[in-house]
Write a protein that binds this ligand. Sequence first.
Ligand SMILES: O=P(O)(O)OC[C@H]1O[C@](O)(COP(=O)(O)O)[C@@H](O)[C@@H]1O
Ligand SMILES: [Mg+2]
Ligand SMILES: [Mg+2]
Length: 321
Amino acid sequence: MQRLIPTLRADNVPLELIMLIRTILAASKEIAFRVNQGALSGVLGSTLDENIQGETQKKLDVLSNQLLKDMLLSSPDVRAIASEEEDDVVKGQDGAPYIVAFDPLDGSSNIDINGQIGTIFTIYPARDDVAADSPLQFSQPGKNQVCAGYVLYGPSTLLVMTTGGPTRQYTLDRTHGGYLLTKAELSIPAQTSEFSINMSNFHRWDQPIKDYISELQAGTEGSRERQFNMRWNGAMVGDVHRILSRGGIFLYPANTDEPTKPGKLRLLYEANPMAMLVEQADGLASTGTDRILDIQPSELHQRVPVITGSKEEVDYLLKTL
Ligand SMILES: O=P(O)(O)OC[C@H]1O[C@](O)(COP(=O)(O)O)[C@@H](O)[C@@H]1O
Ligand SMILES: [Mg+2]
Ligand SMILES: [Mg+2]
Protein backbone atom coordinates (compact mmCIF):
# COMPACT_ATOMS: atom_id res chain seq x y z
CA MET A 1 0.00 0.00 0.00
CA GLN A 2 1.25 3.44 -0.92
CA ARG A 3 2.37 5.84 1.79
CA LEU A 4 1.01 9.38 2.08
CA ILE A 5 4.05 11.41 1.01
CA PRO A 6 4.75 9.48 -2.22
CA THR A 7 1.03 9.80 -3.05
CA LEU A 8 1.16 13.59 -2.57
CA ARG A 9 4.39 13.80 -4.61
CA ALA A 10 2.77 11.81 -7.43
CA ASP A 11 -0.14 14.29 -7.28
CA ASN A 12 2.39 17.13 -7.84
CA VAL A 13 1.57 18.78 -4.51
CA PRO A 14 4.14 21.53 -3.78
CA LEU A 15 6.79 20.55 -1.21
CA GLU A 16 5.85 23.31 1.27
CA LEU A 17 2.23 22.12 1.23
CA ILE A 18 3.35 18.52 1.80
CA MET A 19 5.40 19.66 4.81
CA LEU A 20 2.40 21.55 6.18
CA ILE A 21 0.07 18.55 5.75
CA ARG A 22 2.66 16.45 7.61
CA THR A 23 2.56 18.92 10.50
CA ILE A 24 -1.24 18.72 10.75
CA LEU A 25 -1.07 14.94 10.62
CA ALA A 26 1.61 14.80 13.32
CA ALA A 27 -0.86 16.57 15.62
CA SER A 28 -3.65 14.20 14.50
CA LYS A 29 -1.57 11.17 15.48
CA GLU A 30 -1.07 12.59 18.94
CA ILE A 31 -4.83 13.26 19.24
CA ALA A 32 -5.58 9.74 17.94
CA PHE A 33 -3.33 8.28 20.63
CA ARG A 34 -5.09 10.24 23.41
CA VAL A 35 -8.55 9.35 22.03
CA ASN A 36 -7.58 5.69 21.92
CA GLN A 37 -6.34 5.79 25.53
CA GLY A 38 -9.66 7.44 26.55
CA ALA A 39 -10.12 7.69 30.30
CA LEU A 40 -6.53 6.47 30.76
CA SER A 41 -5.23 9.68 29.16
CA GLY A 42 -7.42 11.96 31.33
CA VAL A 43 -9.05 13.68 28.33
CA LEU A 44 -12.70 12.83 28.96
CA GLY A 45 -15.15 15.31 30.48
CA SER A 46 -15.65 19.07 30.33
CA THR A 47 -13.68 22.14 31.30
CA LEU A 48 -15.29 25.09 33.06
CA ASP A 49 -14.76 27.30 29.98
CA GLU A 50 -16.86 28.28 26.97
CA ASN A 51 -15.64 29.06 23.44
CA ILE A 52 -16.64 32.19 21.48
CA GLN A 53 -19.78 30.41 20.25
CA GLY A 54 -20.98 29.92 23.84
CA GLU A 55 -20.35 26.15 23.81
CA THR A 56 -18.83 24.46 26.85
CA GLN A 57 -15.36 23.26 25.93
CA LYS A 58 -14.55 19.61 26.51
CA LYS A 59 -11.06 18.73 27.73
CA LEU A 60 -10.38 17.05 24.38
CA ASP A 61 -11.49 20.20 22.46
CA VAL A 62 -8.91 22.21 24.37
CA LEU A 63 -6.13 19.63 24.13
CA SER A 64 -6.66 19.03 20.39
CA ASN A 65 -6.70 22.76 19.74
CA GLN A 66 -3.49 23.25 21.73
CA LEU A 67 -1.66 20.43 19.93
CA LEU A 68 -2.61 21.72 16.48
CA LYS A 69 -1.91 25.33 17.42
CA ASP A 70 1.54 24.62 18.90
CA MET A 71 2.65 22.51 15.95
CA LEU A 72 1.27 24.86 13.28
CA LEU A 73 2.69 28.01 14.85
CA SER A 74 6.15 26.47 14.85
CA SER A 75 5.89 25.65 11.13
CA PRO A 76 7.70 27.99 8.69
CA ASP A 77 4.83 27.49 6.22
CA VAL A 78 1.95 28.96 8.26
CA ARG A 79 1.16 32.70 8.20
CA ALA A 80 -1.98 32.48 10.37
CA ILE A 81 -4.41 30.02 11.90
CA ALA A 82 -8.11 30.11 12.78
CA SER A 83 -9.88 27.59 14.96
CA GLU A 84 -13.33 26.90 16.36
CA GLU A 85 -11.73 27.19 19.79
CA GLU A 86 -9.92 30.52 19.19
CA ASP A 87 -11.84 33.82 19.30
CA ASP A 88 -9.58 35.51 16.73
CA VAL A 89 -7.02 34.78 14.05
CA VAL A 90 -3.63 33.78 15.52
CA LYS A 91 -0.54 35.04 13.74
CA GLY A 92 2.14 32.65 12.48
CA GLN A 93 5.28 33.43 10.43
CA ASP A 94 5.36 36.62 8.32
CA GLY A 95 5.72 35.81 4.65
CA ALA A 96 4.76 32.13 5.04
CA PRO A 97 2.75 30.77 2.10
CA TYR A 98 -0.36 29.28 3.76
CA ILE A 99 -3.12 29.87 6.30
CA VAL A 100 -4.84 27.00 8.10
CA ALA A 101 -8.30 26.75 9.70
CA PHE A 102 -9.55 23.81 11.74
CA ASP A 103 -12.22 22.33 13.92
CA PRO A 104 -9.83 20.56 16.29
CA LEU A 105 -12.49 18.18 17.57
CA ASP A 106 -15.75 17.74 15.70
CA GLY A 107 -18.53 15.86 17.46
CA SER A 108 -17.63 16.97 20.99
CA SER A 109 -20.86 15.52 22.40
CA ASN A 110 -19.65 12.06 21.29
CA ILE A 111 -16.38 12.21 23.25
CA ASP A 112 -17.70 10.84 26.52
CA ILE A 113 -19.80 8.08 24.89
CA ASN A 114 -16.88 6.63 22.88
CA GLY A 115 -18.62 7.72 19.65
CA GLN A 116 -17.28 9.03 16.36
CA ILE A 117 -15.21 12.22 16.54
CA GLY A 118 -12.71 13.84 14.22
CA THR A 119 -10.50 16.79 13.28
CA ILE A 120 -11.50 18.88 10.23
CA PHE A 121 -8.90 21.08 8.52
CA THR A 122 -8.48 23.36 5.52
CA ILE A 123 -5.54 25.16 3.92
CA TYR A 124 -5.66 28.34 1.82
CA PRO A 125 -2.93 30.44 0.22
CA ALA A 126 -2.04 33.39 2.49
CA ARG A 127 -3.10 36.83 1.25
CA ASP A 128 -0.32 39.40 0.74
CA ASP A 129 -2.73 42.36 0.61
CA VAL A 130 -3.76 42.16 4.30
CA ALA A 131 -1.87 41.79 7.60
CA ALA A 132 -0.86 38.28 8.69
CA ASP A 133 -3.27 38.30 11.64
CA SER A 134 -6.17 40.04 9.88
CA PRO A 135 -9.47 38.14 9.85
CA LEU A 136 -9.52 39.09 6.15
CA GLN A 137 -6.85 36.39 5.61
CA PHE A 138 -9.75 33.94 5.93
CA SER A 139 -12.22 36.03 3.98
CA GLN A 140 -11.76 33.81 0.92
CA PRO A 141 -14.38 31.61 -0.74
CA GLY A 142 -14.01 27.85 -0.21
CA LYS A 143 -13.11 27.37 -3.86
CA ASN A 144 -9.67 28.89 -2.97
CA GLN A 145 -8.83 25.93 -0.67
CA VAL A 146 -5.65 24.12 -1.72
CA CYS A 147 -6.25 21.23 0.67
CA ALA A 148 -9.23 20.02 2.70
CA GLY A 149 -9.48 17.00 4.92
CA TYR A 150 -10.51 15.33 8.12
CA VAL A 151 -9.15 12.68 10.43
CA LEU A 152 -11.86 10.39 11.78
CA TYR A 153 -11.04 8.80 15.14
CA GLY A 154 -13.29 5.75 14.69
CA PRO A 155 -12.60 2.04 15.09
CA SER A 156 -9.77 2.80 12.61
CA THR A 157 -8.16 6.23 12.41
CA LEU A 158 -8.83 7.44 8.86
CA LEU A 159 -7.58 10.45 6.92
CA VAL A 160 -9.82 11.65 4.07
CA MET A 161 -8.21 14.43 2.08
CA THR A 162 -8.08 16.22 -1.25
CA THR A 163 -5.46 18.59 -2.61
CA GLY A 164 -7.67 19.58 -5.53
CA GLY A 165 -7.67 16.18 -7.25
CA PRO A 166 -9.57 13.08 -6.11
CA THR A 167 -10.74 12.70 -2.53
CA ARG A 168 -8.50 9.95 -1.16
CA GLN A 169 -8.75 7.84 1.99
CA TYR A 170 -5.80 6.74 4.11
CA THR A 171 -5.70 4.52 7.19
CA LEU A 172 -3.34 5.13 10.11
CA ASP A 173 -1.08 2.11 10.39
CA ARG A 174 -0.17 1.93 14.06
CA THR A 175 2.59 -0.59 13.38
CA HIS A 176 4.76 1.97 11.61
CA GLY A 177 2.90 5.17 12.60
CA GLY A 178 2.06 6.46 9.11
CA TYR A 179 -1.02 6.94 6.95
CA LEU A 180 -1.35 4.42 4.08
CA LEU A 181 -3.52 4.94 1.00
CA THR A 182 -6.48 2.57 1.34
CA LYS A 183 -8.98 4.10 -1.15
CA ALA A 184 -7.40 6.00 -4.03
CA GLU A 185 -10.57 7.73 -5.18
CA LEU A 186 -13.86 8.12 -3.30
CA SER A 187 -16.95 8.49 -5.47
CA ILE A 188 -20.39 9.22 -3.97
CA PRO A 189 -23.19 7.33 -5.76
CA ALA A 190 -25.48 9.88 -7.48
CA GLN A 191 -28.65 8.28 -6.10
CA THR A 192 -29.44 7.37 -2.52
CA SER A 193 -32.19 6.18 -0.18
CA GLU A 194 -30.52 7.38 3.03
CA PHE A 195 -30.85 10.76 4.74
CA SER A 196 -29.18 12.35 7.73
CA ILE A 197 -30.72 15.19 9.74
CA ASN A 198 -31.38 15.98 13.40
CA MET A 199 -35.11 15.13 13.39
CA SER A 200 -35.63 16.73 16.82
CA ASN A 201 -35.51 20.11 15.05
CA PHE A 202 -38.41 19.29 12.67
CA HIS A 203 -40.75 21.91 14.18
CA ARG A 204 -38.07 24.59 13.70
CA TRP A 205 -37.49 24.23 9.92
CA ASP A 206 -38.87 26.19 6.99
CA GLN A 207 -41.86 24.56 5.31
CA PRO A 208 -39.99 23.30 2.18
CA ILE A 209 -37.51 21.33 4.35
CA LYS A 210 -40.40 19.92 6.42
CA ASP A 211 -42.17 18.92 3.20
CA TYR A 212 -39.07 17.21 1.79
CA ILE A 213 -38.38 15.22 4.98
CA SER A 214 -42.07 14.26 5.23
CA GLU A 215 -41.90 12.94 1.66
CA LEU A 216 -38.92 10.74 2.58
CA GLN A 217 -40.72 9.49 5.69
CA ALA A 218 -43.80 8.53 3.69
CA GLY A 219 -41.85 5.59 2.21
CA THR A 220 -43.43 3.45 -0.50
CA GLU A 221 -46.83 5.12 0.10
CA GLY A 222 -45.46 8.63 -0.61
CA SER A 223 -44.53 10.48 -3.79
CA ARG A 224 -40.95 9.10 -3.73
CA GLU A 225 -42.40 5.57 -3.82
CA ARG A 226 -39.59 3.98 -1.87
CA GLN A 227 -38.40 3.42 1.67
CA PHE A 228 -35.68 5.81 2.92
CA ASN A 229 -33.39 4.97 5.81
CA MET A 230 -32.09 7.53 8.34
CA ARG A 231 -28.71 7.78 10.10
CA TRP A 232 -27.51 10.52 12.47
CA ASN A 233 -24.14 10.44 14.22
CA GLY A 234 -24.29 13.81 15.96
CA ALA A 235 -20.88 14.54 14.44
CA MET A 236 -20.68 16.01 10.95
CA VAL A 237 -17.37 14.26 10.43
CA GLY A 238 -19.01 10.84 10.91
CA ASP A 239 -22.12 11.68 8.89
CA VAL A 240 -20.17 13.07 5.94
CA HIS A 241 -17.79 10.12 6.13
CA ARG A 242 -20.70 7.72 5.72
CA ILE A 243 -21.92 9.73 2.72
CA LEU A 244 -18.45 9.68 1.14
CA SER A 245 -18.36 5.92 1.75
CA ARG A 246 -21.79 4.84 0.48
CA GLY A 247 -23.84 7.91 -0.50
CA GLY A 248 -26.68 9.75 1.22
CA ILE A 249 -27.91 13.26 1.84
CA PHE A 250 -26.89 15.26 4.93
CA LEU A 251 -28.79 18.36 5.99
CA TYR A 252 -28.28 20.93 8.72
CA PRO A 253 -30.84 23.61 7.86
CA ALA A 254 -31.42 26.89 9.67
CA ASN A 255 -33.79 26.84 12.63
CA THR A 256 -36.50 29.48 12.11
CA ASP A 257 -36.60 30.32 15.84
CA GLU A 258 -32.94 31.41 15.76
CA PRO A 259 -32.90 34.15 13.07
CA THR A 260 -29.42 35.29 14.09
CA LYS A 261 -27.99 31.80 13.41
CA PRO A 262 -28.31 30.71 9.78
CA GLY A 263 -27.72 27.06 10.63
CA LYS A 264 -25.38 25.47 13.17
CA LEU A 265 -22.36 24.56 11.10
CA ARG A 266 -19.46 26.93 10.62
CA LEU A 267 -18.52 27.90 7.06
CA LEU A 268 -14.76 28.16 7.46
CA TYR A 269 -13.77 24.97 9.22
CA GLU A 270 -16.81 22.70 8.82
CA ALA A 271 -18.88 23.46 5.69
CA ASN A 272 -16.10 24.51 3.29
CA PRO A 273 -13.67 21.61 3.81
CA MET A 274 -16.52 19.08 3.73
CA ALA A 275 -17.95 20.72 0.58
CA MET A 276 -14.60 20.42 -1.21
CA LEU A 277 -14.21 16.76 -0.18
CA VAL A 278 -17.76 15.98 -1.34
CA GLU A 279 -17.47 17.85 -4.66
CA GLN A 280 -14.14 16.17 -5.44
CA ALA A 281 -15.95 12.86 -4.86
CA ASP A 282 -18.75 13.64 -7.37
CA GLY A 283 -21.26 15.02 -4.83
CA LEU A 284 -22.83 18.45 -4.28
CA ALA A 285 -22.79 20.92 -1.37
CA SER A 286 -25.20 23.85 -1.11
CA THR A 287 -26.81 26.14 1.44
CA GLY A 288 -30.12 25.69 -0.36
CA THR A 289 -29.55 28.85 -2.40
CA ASP A 290 -25.79 28.96 -3.05
CA ARG A 291 -22.95 26.56 -3.78
CA ILE A 292 -21.05 26.49 -0.46
CA LEU A 293 -17.64 26.86 -2.13
CA ASP A 294 -18.74 30.15 -3.79
CA ILE A 295 -19.72 31.96 -0.57
CA GLN A 296 -17.71 35.09 0.18
CA PRO A 297 -17.31 34.90 3.99
CA SER A 298 -18.37 37.88 6.07
CA GLU A 299 -17.14 36.76 9.51
CA LEU A 300 -14.61 34.31 10.92
CA HIS A 301 -17.06 32.06 12.77
CA GLN A 302 -19.90 32.49 10.26
CA ARG A 303 -22.60 29.80 10.20
CA VAL A 304 -24.37 28.48 7.11
CA PRO A 305 -27.12 25.97 6.34
CA VAL A 306 -25.69 22.80 4.76
CA ILE A 307 -27.25 20.37 2.25
CA THR A 308 -24.70 17.93 0.87
CA GLY A 309 -24.19 14.47 -0.56
CA SER A 310 -25.47 12.38 -3.48
CA LYS A 311 -25.80 14.55 -6.59
CA GLU A 312 -29.26 13.58 -7.79
CA GLU A 313 -30.82 13.72 -4.33
CA VAL A 314 -29.32 17.15 -3.51
CA ASP A 315 -30.43 18.38 -6.94
CA TYR A 316 -33.95 17.04 -6.36
CA LEU A 317 -34.23 18.93 -3.06
CA LEU A 318 -32.73 22.16 -4.43
CA LYS A 319 -35.36 22.25 -7.18
CA THR A 320 -38.13 22.22 -4.55
CA LEU A 321 -36.70 25.11 -2.49
O1 LIG B 1 -26.72 17.36 17.78
P1 LIG B 1 -26.82 18.73 17.19
O2 LIG B 1 -27.01 19.83 18.18
O3 LIG B 1 -27.82 18.79 16.08
O4 LIG B 1 -25.40 19.06 16.55
C1 LIG B 1 -24.74 18.20 15.73
C2 LIG B 1 -23.74 18.96 14.93
O5 LIG B 1 -22.93 19.73 15.78
C3 LIG B 1 -21.57 19.48 15.55
O6 LIG B 1 -21.17 18.53 16.48
C4 LIG B 1 -20.74 20.72 15.74
O7 LIG B 1 -19.37 20.44 15.88
P2 LIG B 1 -18.48 20.61 17.26
O8 LIG B 1 -18.55 19.34 18.02
O9 LIG B 1 -17.14 20.86 16.64
O10 LIG B 1 -19.02 21.80 18.01
C5 LIG B 1 -21.54 18.85 14.16
O11 LIG B 1 -20.47 18.01 13.99
C6 LIG B 1 -22.86 18.08 14.12
O12 LIG B 1 -23.35 17.86 12.84
MG1 LIG C 1 -17.60 20.75 14.58
MG1 LIG D 1 -15.33 21.25 17.43
